[in-house]
Structure formats: C-alpha cells, structure tokens
Design a protein around this ligand. Structure first.
Ligand SMILES: *Cc1c(COP(=O)(O)O)cnc(C)c1O
Length: 309
C-alpha cells in the first residue's frame, strides 16, 4: 500500500518574465508537493527499497547520511508511515548539538548512531556492516543517498511524468542516482542537464555513466559552476534569488539543491543557452526541510519542522 499519493505531482508553467528571450516554454515538475518531508526524488529513490525490504521480511531500514541529510529524514518518515523501524548512521556529529533535521528524524522514531568521519568511510565495508547487523539485528541496508538499483529504478518512474513535448530536462544532482535513472528512462533525444551543488561536481559524470542503459548514453551533461563555494554553502545572492523566485512564481526552492539549480538555469537563459522553441522542464526535487538553517530569512515557510520544540 502506498500512502504517498503520486497523482498529486503536477507541472507548473513558470512566468514568461523568467525566460523572455527564449521563444519556448519553461515549467517545473513539482515533486516537492508529494509530502512535506518524504519529498521530491527521495520518495522515488526509497519506494523500491522499502518493497525489497518487505519481500525479504526485514522490518528495519538502516542508512547513512550527514547532519542535514534530506535522505535520512525522508527515510525516517517513510519508514514510520510503513511501520518499519529505521536506523540512521550520522557522519561526524559526535559531541555536537543535533540539527533540526536530526531532531525531527528522532521524533519520527529513527535510532541515531553517530560515527566519526573515519568510521563513516567504512559505510560500504562488509566487516563493518556485519558489526552493525550484530548490534541492530537484521536490516535492509539503503546506501547513503539512496544510491542503489532500487533508487535508480524509482527515478525511472519520474520520467513517466514528463510529457514528450519537453526538449530539455533540468535536475539537481547529489549522488547521481536520480539522474542515472532519468537518463535511462527518458527518450534518448531529450537533453538532460544536471546541476551539481558541490565543488568539482564534474566527477559525477563518471559515477553516472556505468548505470546508463544502452541507447541512452548521449544528450546529458553536468554543470558544476554554480556551487557557491561548496556543498551546503550559500551566499546573500542565493537567498535573495530564492525569495524573488518565490515572489515571481509561488514556488519555494531549497537552499542546497534546487535554489542553486534555478540560479544556474536563469543564468543559462540569460546567455541564450537554450535554442528558440526549447521546452524546458525543471524538476523540483524537494528538500525544503533543509531550509531550517535559514528559515527566518525566507519569505516562505519551511515545511515539516514547525512542530519542533
Ligand atoms: C537528494 C537530493 C538531490 C540529489 O539526488 P541524487 O539522486 O542523490 O542525485 C537533488 N535535490 C534534492 C532536493 C535532494 O534532496
């Protein structure tokens, strides 16, 4: 049984003022509307892992993430909805106060375990995973960021929400799981543009390439210029951009991924990157809970965290 209602996802046209020189169309696929916390691509990346866990009669999901992880909080909420136990292995927060995201994970029933960066680097080590099995009992392991075959399979479902008229699809990239699934499932001729929110994100092309299906290896690229200093880093310009974008469109963006992506897309529009007649679809991958760190500076609410102490 799916508690998330995927039919709620819709495509919103974005106002012409954003793309005045492009004789075409600009729109946004609103995956952020799915759920305030299990939002965006995270639901798609998790759903088949939950199914696989159930098939193997495992009632615990264990995964890895940082202190502001959209993935861990989505997993905590999805596990709770599906009556599964969740365990979150958190990178490098020993001795520090919980972030709002981790506090919320805990409220959702997730058991948190803090790892040093060195321990965290063992996240794919079979011996380390065995130790965790001894400690937590049998679990279904969801890799950091939901980066597994089930994640890519779920991302392929996103492609079926995209009408064929679109010539360009824009997506923000973290692990590359969503982009790999999308590239494999979109029509080969559609241009897929990925936007990396971290420094040196060009490496993602190598991560993604091995997972592309035959016949779907062309017409995609990664832009890594709009990182603003690194993953999770931001500046005044980004906050102003997010506030303006909300005023112009009614769409709230997140600080880490979609804010930077739309800043980049708007820069590409400005330099005439898209050809005349282009039909550009930007995917809103959610992640709005991450805005908790700058909530008071935004003109729109941060979902899911308002009920925190
Ligand atoms: C996790 C996340 C991404 C990145 O997804 P990947 O599949 O890891 O590339 C993009 N946008 C948002 C809002 C996210 O939370």
């Amino acid at each position: 049984m799916d508690i998330i209602d995927e039919s709620i996802v819709r495509i919103d046209p974005l106002p012409g003022s954003l793309h005045k020189d492009m004789r075409g169309k600009l729109a946004m696929l609103r995956l952020d509307l799915l759920h305030p916390i299990i939002s965006g691509n995270k639901w798609y990346k998790l759903k088949y892992s939950m199914e696989a866990a159930r098939q193997r009669h495992l009632d615990t999901l264990l995964s890895f993430g940082g202190a502001w992880s959209n993935h861990l909080i989505a997993l905590a909420a999805a596990a709770k909805q599906h009556h599964l136990r969740s365990v979150g292995m958190v990178r490098g927060l020993q001795g520090h106060a919980l972030t709002p995201v981790l506090r919320h994970c805990k409220e959702l029933g997730m058991e948190l375990h803090f790892l040093s960066r060195a321990e965290y680097d063992l996240k794919e080590d079979a011996g380390f995973i065995d130790q965790l099995q001894n400690r937590y009992g049998p679990f279904y392991l969801v890799p950091e960021g939901g980066a597994n075959e089930q994640g890519r399979q779920g991302a392929e479902d996103i492609a079926s929400l995209i009408p064929t008229e679109y010539t360009h699809v824009c997506i923000s990239v973290g692990t590359g799981t969503t982009m790999a699934g999308l590239r494999s499932a979109l029509a080969p001729g559609v241009q897929l543009l990925g936007f990396a929110p971290m420094k040196g994100g060009a490496y993602l092309a190598e991560t993604i390439l091995p997972y592309l299906k035959t016949g779907h290896t062309a017409n995609w690229r990664i832009f890594d210029r709009w990182h603003l200093g690194g993953f999770g880093k931001y500046n005044e310009e980004l906050i102003a951009f997010m506030n303006e974008f909300y005023t112009d469109t009614g769409v709230p963006l997140d600080l880490v991924y979609t804010g930077k992506m739309m800043m980049a897309v708007s820069a590409l529009l400005e330099i005439g990157y898209f050809p005349n007649g282009a039909q550009v679809l930007c995917i809103h991958t959610g992640g709005l809970t991450g805005n908790a760190s700058i909530a008071e500076r935004l003109r729109f609410p941060t979902p899911g965290l308002s009920n925190l102490p």
